[in-house]
Design a protein around this ligand. Structure first.
Ligand code: SF4
Ligand code: SF4
Ligand code: SF4
Length: 314
């Protein structure tokens, strides 16, 4: 199996070799070429995902309740202490419907938020113990509680602010949508997609969902923002795909660009180390010159002492 530069860096870093040394090796390995292109991201053969069409969503929240039921999570009444009304994703809420309502009279929109199942997941790239990993066949990003040390790095590395860490309890967990993998194993669909009354969220192979999204765009000119499927290329591609009438950024989907977060951070680190190499070499050279001069001065002083018999006062 071919080992990519990313694999090399990840494995060496996990073995405890200092980052600077790793990056120097990486820079040397790419010497002679700019090597600044993002690695092309393979889509797993049987990648599955979600297509969420915000223009069809009526905000009924049936998908939220179905997610709770499917994942056996308790109702979240943290919003008003009375009704199940979570204000954001949290350790009990892996799927949430939010409302974007501008004050200037322009169109409002609901948005469904859950893990995007990134093709190049930053959460997994940053996890020091591979407790978060991408399944090779389905591409679902899973969490393995047996490997997690609770460092919470995944909660800050995800560009979509998805993973949530449980702060209470003796054995805290990291939670996020895993596309109801336990239901898929039984031949069932994810909870959210099995109850949606309008077809706003559908489940299937990523290739099929992408074709369906493009068919909708083609059949309804001007309906969708930029005639674009969010997740086709964004952040290197995701397995949750979005269609919307309003700008994606308004729905909390950042404009990251086509390069994935792990890939772009790797490129920036490479640049930083590359451009630090020359100052570091100059510094090493300067230290060598100073040490040589000091040794010269010491030898000269000793010689003078021998000649004059002069000694420093003790
Ligand atoms: S959305 Fe966040 S948690 Fe989900 S796969 Fe991507 S980086 Fe990981
Ligand atoms: S909290 Fe667990 S899953 Fe998250 S980065 Fe740390 S070890 Fe990995
Ligand atoms: S069940 Fe469907 S229509 Fe209702 S909130 Fe969820 S995605 Fe929207």
């Amino acid at each position: 199996m071919a080992i990519t530069r990313r694999d090399l860096i990840t494995n060496i870093a996990k073995a405890g070799v200092p980052v600077a040394a790793v990056m120097s090796m990486s820079t040397m390995a790419s010497a002679g070429s700019e090597s600044t292109q993002a690695e092309s991201l393979p889509v797993p053969n049987a990648a599955v995902g979600l297509l969420y069409d915000a223009s069809l969503c009526i905000g009924c929240k049936a998908c939220e309740a179905a997610c709770n039921e499917a994942n056996n999570t308790p109702e979240d009444i943290s919003g008003d202490r009375l009704h199940e009304a979570p204000v954001d994703l949290n350790v009990f809420t892996r799927n949430i419907i939010k409302l974007y309502k501008p004050t200037d009279g322009s169109p409002s929109s609901f948005v469904k938020r859950q893990c995007m199942q990134c093709l190049d997941p930053a959460c997994a790239a940053g996890c020091p113990f591979q407790a978060l990993y991408k399944e090779s066949v389905t591409g679902i990003v899973r969490w393995d509680g047996g490997k997690c040390i609770g460092c919470r790095y995944c909660t800050i590395s995800c560009p979509f602010s998805v993973p949530r860490f449980q702060w209470q309890g003796f054995n805290p967990v990291v939670t996020k949508c895993e596309l109801c993998s336990h239901r898929l194993a039984k031949g069932l669909k994810p909870g959210c997609t099995s109850v949606c009354p309008t077809g706003a969220v559908t489940f299937g192979p990523r290739t099929v969902l992408l074709l369906e999204a493009k068919r909708r765009i083609k059949n309804s000119p001007g309906r969708y923002y930029q005639d674009r499927v969010y997740g086709e290329k964004d952040n290197g591609g995701t397995q949750a795909l979005y269609l919307s009438r309003v700008p994606f950024a308004m729905l909390g989907l950042p404009e990251i660009g086509p390069e994935s977060v792990p890939s772009s951070s790797l490129r920036w680190q490479e640049r930083v180390y590359k451009y630090f190499a020359l100052p570091a070499l100059l510094y090493v050279g300067l230290v060598a010159v100073i040490r040589k001069n000091l040794k010269g001065h010491e030898a000269e002083a000793l010689e003078q002492e021998k000649e004059t018999g002069l000694r420093a006062q003790q």
